[in-house]
Design a protein around this ligand. Structure first.
Ligand SMILES: Cc1ncc(COP(=O)(O)O)c(C=O)c1O
Length: 307
């Protein structure tokens, strides 16, 4: 693959580990964790998967600058800044909200990796490339490649689909269930589009949204008959919001399993899973895979999380 030149060493295939917990033993559930968080400390989780084929496109298009979008603690901005740094491409981040970069670890990291940051108001941000302000920013850079928020586009789905090839090698038989967290929905769409018939795909929304399930189905680009269940009731009040119950759950599970997780995405999805396991949603002897989508850098933003 073209862009590997310049890229740091990546842990691929990402390891598949067993998650141990007394509830899993009691309910006779086998839970594996696909540790995409271990792919690379700076380009981890679904960000690597979503960037991989975009990088090919960027190289082939001879773009001089990659322009993308994200919030103040965005895992996507973090991963894009690091990737462009390693590949020697200029990166530009259009950031939602006011300039908090002086005491924001994610944005400081982006700057260290050479990303130029532009801060825009929330209303303009919502319009993305339809905003006049965004258009004026883009005009400043010759030959830009515009990468959507979250890196979520058709190329992202292809990168995510490679998880299935790895799992086929790593698991003795297809999993009964696979689950992960959803933000834009592209990761789930990539999983769903290429899922083996036997595997039921479960999604957990990290934010309040009535439309995310439809968006995931739209992104798959086809009518899918594959088993897919989407849970909207484990977002804990909305994007990046937390409760003491969620934080306590994460701390306890990390201590028992040794698997770190973020509060914005994985923590909520895994909370939902454990709740469903407790409520006997899954038959005994089910084999479940948790796709760990990374995002651990975001933990540095913990003091800023909304309760
Ligand atoms: C760590 C992490 N997990 C999950 C997601 C959700 O992925 P997607 O936007 O593809 O739904 C994101 C980003 O949005 C993320 O940063």
């Amino acid at each position: 693959m073209l862009p590997e030149q310049g890229m740091p060493d990546l842990v691929l295939p990402s390891p598949l580990m067993t998650c141990n917990h007394p509830l899993l033993t009691e309910k006779k559930i086998k839970l594996f964790v696909k540790r995409d968080d271990l792919i690379h400390p700076e380009i981890s989780g679904n960000k690597y998967r979503k960037l991989k084929y975009n990088l090919e496109k960027i190289k082939l298009s001879n773009a001089e600058t990659v322009i993308t979008f994200g919030g103040a603690f965005s895992n996507h901005l973090h991963a894009t800044a690091a990737t462009c740094h390693y590949l020697g491409i200029q990166s530009v981040g259009i950031v939602r909200g006011e300039d908090t970069s002086s005491d924001n670890p994610t944005l400081q990291f982006c700057k260290q990796k050479g990303m130029v940051l532009h801060f825009i108001g929330r209303n303009e941000y919502r319009l993305k490339t339809d905003s006049d302000q965004v258009k004026n920013i883009i005009k400043q850079y010759p030959h830009p490649f515009i990468l959507p928020e979250g890196g979520s586009n058709p190329e992202a789905l292809v990168g995510v689909s490679e998880i299935w090839d790895e799992l086929t090698q790593q698991l003795a038989q297809p999993a009964d269930y696979i689950f992960c967290a959803a933000g834009t929905g592209a990761t789930l769409a990539g999983l769903l589009k290429h899922a083996p018939e036997k595997t039921h795909v479960l999604g957990f929304s990290s934010l309040k949204s009535e439309h995310l399930k439809d968006e995931i189905l739209r992104l798959t680009g086809e009518k899918t008959e594959k088993p897919f269940t989407f849970f909207n009731n484990y977002h804990f009040g909305g994007y990046a919001k937390t409760t003491t119950e969620l934080l306590d759950f994460i701390t306890a599970l990390e201590a028992v399993s040794g698997i770190p997780m973020d509060y914005v995405y994985n923590g909520k999805a895994v909370f939902g899973m454990f709740d469903l396991i407790q409520k006997n949603f899954f038959p005994e002897n089910s084999v479940i895979v948790w796709l760990h989508t990374g995002g651990l850098q975001g933990k540095k933003g913990m003091p800023y999380l909304k309760k």
